[in-house]
Design a protein around this ligand. Structure first.
Ligand SMILES: [Zn+2]
Length: 357
């Protein structure tokens, strides 16, 4: 096993700085529907613990507490009514049902009809969520804020001249769009960071999404814009969540035409075809000429991931990190998915170590 490759051989701390916040822990204890089964949520606090442990074991000791950025950067990407819903959902739910449990939608919006939420929390959940995988509990809002603060802290490090940073955060973000939560995602951390970097003077950003699932939220946020390229390698929507989006034919609209690159892959994809797709994405990223590369880092492409269907092995993630390093851009890694708890830490740390070595 090539984990030894990482031991004690990472570059000095100014190469890669890791940001984290413990405030994610309160987002826990809810259930999710997996097809016909009600199960404890896969997206759980122990994901962060196992990644932290593996990062330290591979010599990444430079782990910094995130700073607070307030909601202004979030509101550059998400609508005020959606952000207000995320903040107020749990108190409204608790007032109706009492403490404990979790808030979730009972029904979803009806396509083609004019729908506005009213004062009922159920109307808000119907309007602002698109699946049954975004339960809200008492600690969800604090966790959402901690994830975006962690990402913005890492983005600021890169903005100020740092070579690379890793936002180790949860809940993830790439399924969330400006006014819709879904797929464990509430606020789109990567998108908020990309917008912040543009607002701070960057001309172009590229988002490379290597999570197993298509980042439908990130795609939607930047779909008609040319300043942010979105390139994603993911399981084909014909077989995998989010089912309705992620096709190669989705190439952007209006000014954004040509700035959305979807590279859907069949289930069972191994590292060789995966890297071929990555090379395609890398060429497009380089042609875009971004000031910063944002990597939506999911490792649910791992062969034994309970949510995934690809066949990447742990040592393959070292190669992906090295491939991303060779792009030669200031790089911000933002944690997305990965649910095989036993190997999640190793797989994530391998990407970071592969990048640093
Ligand atoms: Zn995923």
């Amino acid at each position: 096993m090539s984990q030894a490759k990482g031991q004690g051989r990472t570059r000095p701390s100014n190469t890669m700085r890791i940001f984290h916040s413990e405030a994610h822990r309160g987002h826990a204890g809810a259930m999710e529907m997996r097809y016909d089964k009600l199960i404890p949520m896969c997206e759980s606090p122990d994901r962060m613990d196992t990644i932290l442990e593996a990062l330290r074991a591979q010599g990444h000791q430079d782990i910094v507490e995130a700073s607070s950025f307030g909601l202004e950067p979030v509101l550059r990407v998400h609508t005020p009514s959606f952000v207000s819903f995320l903040e107020n959902c749990w108190p409204l739910w608790e007032a109706e049902f009492g403490p404990g449990g979790f808030a979730t939608a009972y029904m979803f919006g009806m396509r083609g009809m004019d729908q506005l939420p009213n004062a009922s929390v159920h109307s808000m959940l119907s309007c602002y969520t698109f699946d049954v995988c975004v339960p809200i509990v008492a600690g969800t809002w604090s966790a959402i804020k901690s994830a975006v603060d962690t990402t913005l802290s890492a983005a600021s490090f890169v903005k100020n001249g740092g070579e690379a940073a890793f936002a180790l955060c949860r809940p993830p973000g790439h399924h969330a769009s400006s006014d819709l939560a879904g797929g464990y995602c509430y606020v789109n951390n990567a998108a908020v960071a990309a917008q912040m970097l543009l607002d701070a003077g960057a001309s172009r950003i590229a988002i490379l999404d290597i999570d197993y699932h298509h980042g439908n939220g990130t795609q939607r946020i930047f779909y008609d814009r040319s300043d942010v390229l979105y390139a994603s390698i993911h399981a084909t929507p014909e077989r995998e969540y989010p089912f309705l989006l992620g096709y190669a034919r989705e190439t952007g609209a209006a000014a954004g035409e040509g700035f959305n690159l979807n590279l859907p892959q069949p289930l069972g994809t191994t590292i060789a075809p995966y890297r071929a797709a990555l090379q395609q994405a890398v060429e497009r990223v380089k042609a875009h000429g971004p000031d910063v590369l944002v990597v939506s880092l999911g490792v649910d492409s791992y062969i034994r991931d309970p949510v995934g269907g690809f066949a990447l092995e742990s040592e393959d993630f070292l190669r992906l990190g090295a491939d991303i390093k060779r792009i030669g851009l200031p790089t911000l890694f933002v944690m997305e998915g990965g649910y095989a708890i036993a190997e999640l830490g190793l797989n994530t740390a391998n990407v970071i170590t592969g990048f640093c070595n």
